[in-house]
Design a protein around this ligand. Structure first.
Ligand SMILES: Cc1cc2nc3c(=O)[nH]c(=O)nc-3n(C[C@H](O)[C@H](O)[C@H](O)COP(=O)(O)OP(=O)(O)OC[C@H]3O[C@@H](n4cnc5c(N)ncnc54)[C@H](O)[C@@H]3O)c2cc1C
Ligand code: SF4
Length: 507
């Protein structure tokens, strides 16, 4: 079946009247990102009746405008801030498709060494590399993960990075992506204007819809209904044109939370259910990242070609994963103005700027709960080891940029001068403190861990009838971009839950 399908016409309920509606089903899923979509497909194709409630809009609302994307397609309008020694923004997607709508489409399987760690921690061989390989094959086929991006779609910036990294002997190259129809417009983080990206609304959730799942967008879940210590449904509210509409209540035999690594613990803390559970929101990991920019004598055109279409890694720096950097021109202008003496002065140079972003597989201490108004309250502090690896990762990025022919390096860190000298860059970078960095994360994970907050099947310890299936369930950091892992893990948990609820396996 094609990874890009047309969504069924009538996905949701009929109009929700002001007095609200109540529905019943076997399983109610909260959140329609990669985790919720994979779960919905497994359950509905097993014959269960499924309702999905999603806070964001029913389809991609593409505009080449960051403010619009943040308002429509990012949770909390792109303002989720992790507080700690270095506050940084955490990005998460919103809408039918969740993060896949606005992500860069890089596709990595969970590394074998991470799966082996899960087998050990959970005492469960289901997660072994050999058992998971067929699941990754399926997920990649459903979501159109193809060969590495073609040089045509990749564009010159990605190609230059891949070639320079190869010359230095680093593993990597042009990335595998779930973009069968990519024309290389560089706009993945706004949504895809040509449906070239096989986002999960176009495959996993479309299949769930074809198998009978009702998918209600614009509906924010506010509470998990508990009777006799057991989850029996959820309640929430629809939103229309920015204001609250009617109340929605869904009663279900089983509830699955797939609201993402921030959204799931945020909901549980806000509705008070976290108190009955273990370590909800604790253990947040984020893959913190920062970038080095550089100027060149030739055009790099970072805003054209596949968004983040190249990657590499050094055997001397495990746990550091550099990717091509991509940003809209307005962000580039802001970051570089101080180096060029003003905003106007940067503009003529924009086409000749390139950059590389490195993310780090972290071991920090993070947590997610909720403020009284329901927004996420996020804390994160870094370990010394992670800080060193962020610094070393920046030096690795700088080395590859110099190999590409950079004429000057522009770090996004205070106290490190713009320089053409790699040794000077490296010395200044290794002398920084974590407070000097501008960091960013779009990979929150591990806040509802299997084996700690959840049992091995993804069921909440302490509350019957409640499961989780999203990037929050990973028992440890992945070290690679998480969408494929999220879908694969949710597929395994979905099959297990389907067997249990259809009576093929005892609950
Ligand atoms: C800008 C960006 C770039 C990225 N690039 C890549 C990449 O290249 N490759 C990769 O592998 N990964 C990438 N990621 C990460 C990847 O997209 C996420 O790891 C993945 O989407 C996580 O899936 P999920 O199901 O856990 O949660 P999400 O995708 O966050 O989905 C959760 C859904 O739940 C909804 N929700 C939340 N709370 C509620 C509520 N109370 N009621 C109803 N609905 C609710 C949200 O609106 C959202 O749609 C990127 C992410 C971002 C933001
Ligand atoms: S680079 Fe452009 S065409 Fe390619 S998948 Fe991303 S948004 Fe779509």
């Amino acid at each position: 079946m094609s990874p890009i399908q047309t969504a069924p016409e009538a996905w949701g309920f009929d109009d929700v009247p002001p007095e609200g509606i109540e529905r019943e089903c076997d399983v109610c899923i909260v959140g329609a990102g990669p985790g919720g979509s994979a779960m919905a497909m497994q359950l509905s194709e097993a014959g269960l009746s499924v309702i999905v409630l999603e806070e964001g809009p029913p389809k991609s609302d593409f505009r080449l405008n960051q403010a619009h994307t943040a308002r429509i397609h990012m949770q909390e309008a792109g303002t989720m801030l992790a507080q700690g020694p270095t506050p940084f923004l955490i990005a998460a997607g919103r809408g039918i498709g969740g993060g896949s709508l606005i992500n860069s489409a890089l596709c990595f399987r969970t590394p074998d060494h991470v799966l082996e760690e899960w087998v050990e921690v959970l005492g469960d061989n289901r997660w072994s590399p050999s058992n998971m390989a067929p699941v990754f094959n399926e997920v990649e086929a459903w979501t159109g993960v193809g060969l590495p991006t073609s040089a045509y779609a990749a564009g010159r910036h990605n190609v230059a990075i891949a070639e320079a990294a190869a010359r230095l002997g680093y593993e990597g190259g042009l990335a595998r992506r779930n973009t069968p129809g990519c024309v290389g417009c560089g706009a993945c983080n706004y949504g895809c204007p040509v449906n070239g990206k096989a986002t999960v609304n176009l495959n996993l959730m479309a299949r769930a819809g074809q198998a009978g799942t009702r998918i209600q967008a614009d509906t924010k879940v506010l509470d998990v209904l508990i009777e006799g210590g057991r989850a029996v449904g959820v309640s929430g509210v629809t939103r229309r044109d920015g204001s609250d509409g009617g109340a929605v209540t869904v009663r279900a035999r089983h509830v699955v939370l797939s609201a993402g690594s921030i959204g799931t613990p945020r909901l549980l803390h806000h509705c008070g259910l976290a108190e009955r559970m273990i370590d909800v929101g604790e253990g947040l990991l984020v893959h913190p990242g920062s970038a080095v920019l550089a100027s060149f004598d030739e055009d790099m055109d970072v805003a054209q070609g596949a968004t983040q279409g190249a990657w590499f890694e050094s055997p001397d720096l495990p746990g550091v994963l550099p990717h091509a950097w991509c940003s809209p021109p307005e962000v580039l202008t802001m970051l570089l103005a101080r180096h060029f003496g003003g905003f106007k002065e940067v503009t003529p140079h924009l086409r000749r700027i390139g950059g590389i972003l490195a993310l780090v597989s972290d071991h920090g201490h993070g947590s997610v709960s909720a403020f009284s108004d329901g927004r996420a309250k996020i804390g994160y502090s870094f370990t010394d080891e992670d800080i060193t690896r962020i610094q070393q990762g920046m030096v690795l990025c700088a080395e590859v940029l110099m190999e590409m022919g950079a004429t000057k390096l522009f770090p996004i860190a205070h106290g490190v001068p713009a320089t053409s000298d790699l040794a000077e860059f490296s010395a200044a970078m290794m002398a920084t403190s974590i407070r000097d960095f501008t960091l960013y994360s779009s990979h929150p994970m591990c806040t509802m861990r299997l084996g700690r907050t959840l049992d091995g099947r993804g069921h909440a310890i302490g509350v019957e009838g409640l499961s989780v299936a999203d990037a929050s369930v990973f028992p440890s950091s992945l070290g690679v971009n998480p969408q494929i892992s999220t879908m694969a893990v949710a597929t395994v948990l979905g099959r297990e839950l389907a067997s249990q609820l259809t009576g093929l396996r005892p609950g």
